[in-house]
Write a protein of this length. Structure first.
Lengths: 288, 296
């Protein structure tokens, strides 16, 4: 079972929900605690809540072209086929722009004189470790100035594979474009965290459309209930989106999460609530 | 023309609410401005500025491969060269997963029977609108699309062109969360970045990454702490970090429910509740921005 926690709008409480769910599952089944993947590689924060001791580390890289000038005739085929404008040929000299390269390998395949060799270009790092509750934790950190999050997310998902039967919880980045899609790909369930405000509603609508495009069943968690208005509630009702949990706006929660506490650590009753949430999600996935 | 971008690293720190309020204050001070919403994934500025859309344009994003099954001989070369796991097959029937396809065209060039072509995708729309406070350029990326960086560049370019052609002294860009491709597109060419953060471990962590990013691209940055009073220890941590790294903290906005009430009312908070504690502090932020950017 793989659950991705997403939102559309940032700062709605994705990481709070994802880490709280992971902690509650670990307490429920200490024999096989979940695997937690923080896929918000631009701004990863889940480690601040789950406090893993990191053990393993691996660079993330994609293969970019390196030109052997002794073989290159300057024909320019490589630049012609590059869809990302990552190669330019000036005065028979080939220039490569690593940060535009997506690592597709098309230039290498097309070069008539086999003058292109591929070399790894490091764009970030993956780290993994075990939390105090034995949750297997892994995240990716994209290097500063690096534009592409998707390869980091892809490689994180491949690197940190679950054991048989292990629940996987994925903390997604905000938004609705490619990094979110990559985080949600392969998920059995998408848990959308929103807040009851006009911004929350607007972005929930977009996130629900992403889920529809991907064909993944969804449920909604309304965070900070009590601020804002009932528009999110009404939207969920008319669209048939199940509201699986409501977390009230509460100063103790705001202060606790600010300090890196998950909900079960602030109010122990949330352990059971998140275990019930998981049971409900399991039912929804089976009946799908 | 000066360009101010509002960023945060972490989402949900109040970028859009503050952008709208700054637009209102600039307008009050008779500083003509152009606005751009660079959060094309989840554009919210339009919800508080009630724009009147003047122009709507298609945005063609990335390409997606399409296999002509009449010409396909099922050799599997395309699947072999695809590094995005976007081609799969059932028996000899090959097909493209349009969501996984990165649009690289490697398969097109390697197909021995020319059975694959690339098709441009409609990835979203961008708009030129007018608001009470000035022209607004914004966009809507279709959900699950790629190329949000390109769409950001498009929106920003249009806003810059208008600002330069019509001699607007100020362009304010409401940025997306994160530090990746759409954010890099947002900061390029900016004169100053306002990093809006909140006093939580996550807020501080992401502010540091946002500041490293603006530093990397040589854009001067100042910091504003939103909801500073929710967790004072966190606010102190931010002040200490900024002091140590020579970043000015130009505002400390208290938690104030009038920000959400203003959002529900579809107005900038400084217009909706000018006397609220948050509005008063945003005034200070604006005065500091005028000074830092020499807007007078």
């Amino acid at each position: 079972m793989r659950i991705t926690v997403a939102s559309g709008k940032g700062g709605t409480g994705k990481t709070t929900v994802a880490t709280s769910l992971a902690i509650s599952l670990a307490l429920n089944n200490p024999a096989l605690p979940p695997l937690f993947l923080d896929c918000d590689v631009e701004a990863p924060n889940a480690h601040l809540f789950l406090k893993p001791a990191f053990k393993d580390k691996k660079d993330v890289s994609i293969l970019i072209p390196s030109i052997d000038e002794s073989k290159c005739t300057g024909c320019g085929r490589c630049a012609d086929v590059c869809e990302y404008h990552a190669i330019a040929v000036l005065n028979n000299k080939v220039l490569v722009f690593p940060q535009l390269c997506h690592g597709c390998g098309s230039c290498t395949l097309i070069c008539p004189t086999k003058a292109i060799r591929e070399v790894p270009n490091v764009m970030g790092v993956l780290e993994s470790g075990i939390t105090p509750l034995d949750i297997n934790f892994a995240h990716g950190i994209m290097n500063i100035g690096e534009p592409m999050a998707v390869p980091v997310i892809q490689q994180l998902k491949k690197w940190a594979a679950p054991q048989p039967g292990q629940v996987v919880i994925v903390d997604a980045p905000p938004g609705t474009s490619c990094p979110v899609v990559e985080s949600a790909r392969g998920a059995d369930f998408l848990l959308l965290v929103t807040e009851p405000t006009p911004f929350g509603l607007h972005d929930l609508k977009l996130a629900a459309q992403v889920a529809k495009e991907l064909g993944i069943p969804v449920g909604v968690i309304i965070n900070r209930e009590g601020i804002g208005n009932a528009s999110v509630e009404n939207f969920c009702e008319t669209q048939g989106l199940p509201i699986l949990m409501r977390i009230p706006y509460d100063l103790a929660i705001a202060k606790g999460t600010a300090q890196g506490q998950a909900l079960p650590e602030i109010y122990p009753k949330y352990t059971l609530l998140f275990q019930q949430l998981f049971a409900e999600i399991s039912r929804m996935v089976v009946h799908q | 023309m000066k360009q101010l971008v509002i960023l945060s690293g972490k989402g949900g720190t109040g970028k859009t609410s503050i952008t709208a309020a700054l637009a209102h204050l600039a307008h009050n001070d008779t500083i003509p401005l152009v606005l751009a919403d660079a959060d094309v994934d989840a554009a919210n500025l339009e919800l508080v500025l009630s724009p009147n859309v003047l122009e709507e344009h298609d945005f063609m994003g990335g390409k997606v491969a399409n296999i002509d099954l009449e010409k396909c001989i099922g050799c599997g070369k395309c699947e072999l060269v695809c590094r995005f796991d976007a081609i799969n097959h059932q028996g000899r029937k090959y097909q493209v997963d349009p969501i996984a396809c990165d649009g690289c065209s490697a398969c097109v060039y390697q197909c021995p029977t020319n059975a694959i072509s690339m098709e441009l995708q409609l990835a979203g729309h961008w708009f030129k609108s007018e608001t009470y406070y000035g022209p607004l350029f914004h966009a809507a990326l279709r959900p699950a699309q790629e190329n949000s960086g390109k769409l950001v560049t498009m929106v920003k370019q249009q806003a810059r062109l208008l600002a330069m052609d019509a001699n607007y002294p100020l362009l304010i860009v409401d940025g997306p969360p994160g530090i990746g491709c759409p954010v890099i597109s947002t900061v390029s060419g900016a004169d100053m970045a306002l990093i809006l953060t909140e006093p939580s471990l996550a807020g501080v962590h992401d502010m540091e990454r946002a500041l490293e990013m603006t530093h990397h691209f040589n854009v001067p940055a100042v910091v504003c702490i939103n909801k500073f009073d929710v967790y004072l220890d966190g606010a102190i941590q931010i002040e200490e970090y900024c002091h140590k790294h020579n970043y000015e903290v130009i505002g400390r906005i208290p938690y104030d429910s009038s920000i959400i009430e203003a959002m529900i009312n579809g107005e900038p908070v400084t217009a909706f509740r000018p006397e609220s504690p948050a509005s008063k502090e945003i005034h200070t932020v604006w005065q500091n921005i005028i000074q830092f950017m020499n807007l007078n």
